[in-house]
Design a protein around this ligand. Structure first.
Ligand code: C5P
Length: 422
C-alpha cells in the first residue's frame, strides 16, 4: 500500500530523489545513503541522460527500490506510475538539477517522467542546481530559477568553488551533507540533529566580522520617531552564516523583533548616531565590515517637548539633519576593515550601486530591488546583485539564510584576493 508503511507506529518519511544528467550525479548516491541512514524511505527517478553518468543499478542497490526512468513504462505504471509516485512523496529533491531540467520545469513541460512528476507533485520541492559557472550566471538560467522560486520551489546552493570543467565560480552542487541537512530538517527535527553534527565548511575561521542590521529610529520628540521598514532579517542571516563559517561576529543592531543569533556579540542601538559610535568603536579590531543596516540618512532636530498640534496651521515642517555615513566613515579609516555595503533601490539598480561603491570608497556592494512583489524588506527571500571594482555576481532569489551563505563566500573570496594584493 503506497505511503502506509509503519515503523514503531510511525510511517517512514518518503523522499523522492530525482537525478538529472550532470557530473555531480555521483554525489546523489551519497545522498541516498545519507537519507537511508537517517531512516527514510527513498525512491529514485533518473532522467535518460543521468543514466549516462551513473548506472540505475547503483541507485537501486542503495535505495532498495526499483529506479524509475520512463514516463510510459507499462510495468512501472502498474506498480508506481508518475501520479502514484507524486502522491507517495513527502518531498521531491532534484539533485543534481541541470540547466536543462531547470529550464524544462520552469516552463511546465511534461515530456518525461521527472517533468511530469514535478507538475503532479503537491509536496515541497527542493532543487540543487549543478552546472558550469557561466551557465549558472546566464540570464536565462537566472530567470528560470526565479520562476521556480515563484512556483514555491526551495533552492539549495549552488556553491562556489572548483568545477569539473576546470573553471571556478558558482555552479557546484552543494555537498550531500548540506543538502541532507536541509531536507531532513524540513522533514523531521530529530533527524536533523543527527546530520547537523557533520563538519561545515569553515571558510571564515580566524576572521573578525562586524555587521550592522535593522533600521534606525530617529526621535522627533519624546514620543514620536522616524524609522523604515527594514526587518533586520538579512543582516541577522549574514551574522548567523558568518558564525557558522567560523568567524568571530559582532552585530550592531537597530530595533528589531528577531532573536539574536547564537554565539554572536550583539550591541543594541537605536539611532544612526548611536550606530555610528558603536561601529567606530569596534571597526579597527575587525577584518571585515558589512553594513546591512538601513540607516536613516536624515534625523529630525529633536524637540524636548511633545510637538503640539497647531490648530491654525494645515502643515508642519520638520527640520532634518544629515546623519553620519557610517559605511563611508569605516571605509575612510586607515588600516580599516574590508568594507561591504548594501543598496536597496527601486530603479537603476546598477548605476546607483556602482555610484555608492566608488563614492563611499568601499570594497563591495550588495544591491537589491525594493518596492517589488518579491524580496527586499521584511521578506523571507531576496536576490542580490553584488558589485566590486572589476566584477559583479548575481545571487538568485532564494531564502535569506542560503543567500547570506553565498554572499559570505563571495565576500571571503574577494577579501582574500584584495588582501593577497596588498
Ligand atoms: O547611501 P545609502 O544609504 O543608499 O547607502 C546604503 C549603504 O550605506 C548601506 O550599507 C547602509 O548600511 C550604509 N549607510 C551608512 N550610514 C548612513 C547611511 C547608509 O552606513 N548614514
Amino acid at each position: 500500500m503506497l505511503g502506509k508503511e509503519k515503523q514503531s507506529g510511525q510511517r517512514l518519511k518518503h523522499i523522492l530523489l530525482a537525478v538529472t544528467g550532470g557530473i555531480a550525479a555521483y554525489k546523489a548516491a551519497e545522498l541516498v545513503r545519507l537519507f537511508k541512514r537517517e531512516g527514510a524511505e527513498v525512491r529514485v527517478v533518473m532522467t535518460q541522460s543521468a543514466t549516462q553518468f551513473v548506472a540505475p543499478l547503483t541507485f537501486q542497490a542503495l535505495s532498495g527500490n526499483l529506479v524509475h526512468i520512463e514516463l510510459l513504462d507499462v510495468e512501472a505504471e502498474n506498480a508506481m506510475g508518475h501520479i502514484s509516485l507524486a502522491r507517495w512523496a513527502d518531498v521531491l529533491v532534484i539533485a543534481p538539477a541541470t540547466a536543462n531540467t531547470i529550464a524544462k520545469l520552469s516552463q511546465g513541460l511534461a515530456d518525461d517522467l521527472l517533468s511530469t512528476l514535478y507538475l503532479a507533485a503537491t509536496c515541497p520541492v527542493y532543487v540543487a542546481p549543478a552546472m558550469n559557472q557561466a551557465m549558472w550566471n546566464h540570464l536565462a538560467t537566472q530567470e528560470n530559477i526565479a520562476t521556480l522560486v515563484r512556483h514555491g520551489v526551495s533552492l539549495i546552493g549552488p556553491e562556489q568553488g572548483d568545477q569539473a570543467c576546470g573553471e571556478t565560480g558558482f555552479g557546484r552542487m552543494s555537498e550531500p551533507v548540506a543538502i541532507g541537512k536541509i531536507i531532513l530538517s524540513a522533514l523531521n527535527e530529530e533527524l536533523f540533529e543527527a546530520v547537523s553534527t557533520a563538519p561545515q565548511a569553515k571558510f571564515l575561521t580566524g576572521l573578525k566580522i562586524l555587521i550592522t542590521a535593522g533600521p534606525t529610529c530617529e526621535p522627533l520628540d519624546p514620543v514620536r520617531y522616524l524609522t523604515n521598514r527594514s526587518s533586520g532579517k538579512m543582516g541577522y542571516a549574514v551574522a548567523a552564516a558568518a558564525v557558522k563559517a567560523g568567524a568571530e561576529v559582532t552585530l550592531v543592531s537597530g530595533p528589531v523583533t528577531l532573536a539574536p543569533p547564537e554565539n554572536v556579540t550583539v550591541l543594541k542601538v537605536s539611532t544612526a548616531e548611536e550606530m555610528y559610535q558603536a561601529v567606530l568603536r569596534e571597526a579597527l579590531k575587525q577584518d571585515i565590515y558589512i553594513g546591512a543596516a538601513a540607516v536613516a540618512d536624515y534625523s529630525p532636530v529633536q524637540s524636548i517637548h511633545k510637538l503640539k498640534k497647531q490648530n491654525d496651521q494645515d502643515s508642519l515642517t520638520l527640520v532634518l539633519q544629515k546623519t553620519p555615513d557610517i559605511l563611508a566613515s569605516v571605509a575612510a579609516l586607515e588600516h580599516g576593515p574590508f568594507t561591504v555595503g548594501f543598496a536597496a533601490e527601486t530603479h537603476d539598480l546598477e548605476t546607483y550601486a556602482r555610484d555608492k561603491l566608488t563614492r563611499k570608497k568601499i570594497d563591495m556592494i550588495a544591491a537589491n530591488w525594493v518596492g517589488r512583489e518579491q524580496g527586499g524588506f521584511d521578506s523571507e527571500q531576496n536576490a542580490l546583485q553584488v558589485f566590486w571594482s572589476d566584477g559583479e555576481q548575481l545571487l538568485a532569489m532564494m531564502d535569506k539564510t542560503l543567500l547570506a551563505e553565498q554572499l559570505l563566500e563571495l565576500i571571503a573570496q574577494r577579501f582574500k584576493t584584495v588582501r593577497a594584493g596588498r
